[in-house]
Unconditional design. Sequence first.
Length: 256
Amino acid sequence: MREEEKKRPSQPKNIKNFFKKRWVYPSIYLVSAVLLITGIIWYQSLGTHSAKEKFKNDASISQKGSGNEAIEVNKAVENFRMPVQKPELATIEKKFYDANASVKDQEAALVVYGNTYQPNQGVDITMKNGKTFDVVAAMGGTVTKVQEDAVLGNVIEVEHDKGVTTEYQSVKDIAVKEGDTVKQGQTIAKAGRSELNKAAGTHLHFEIRKDDVAVNPEGYFNKTVSDVKTPEVSSDSSQSKQSQSSEKTSTSQKSH
């Protein structure tokens, strides 16, 4: 029994003998290296997949955002146009009252109503044949007011950007309502008459306002909303205007 035990090799001795072989350690190193490289490649593939997914999501969000910006950037910039379909047949019957203009031009831009003289806050447009005509939006915007007014001859107000509005007076057959979005050139009414300026007959009174201050429409045809500036009035012109207005009113009252 003891001899058999002596002849039977012990397990530790066999393991030692195994590791003494020359090919064992290189094989172990090789297998370990293969496993390590495989693990690294697997980990990198997971990271690359996640990065791709993140990139796709970010790209999708970016494209959505850039799409909106592209629409805004590429949006056509409109210039004010005459609020009539055929400008070549139109005439400006009464011009805007410019406080810095000559006395002669200021007198021509006064509107007589009752016993008073009022500065014209826009331009009065008529057709050469004296007939009614389609009134169109001078620029796209949102209708903020539609008002019946016997003195002004009914009013339509359209709001634009940067505190700029356009106003259409002395109109009839109104084709829009408050809250409507109108496009440039869209017919919004027809020219009519007003008590304020009976002498003009069938006409359109058209105004452009910046922060509720009237500006000369003729100075902004073919220009953008960004070009509209509040007019600067010198103190001398303001005093001249007041003096002239008082003088005209006094003369009118005497004649009546």
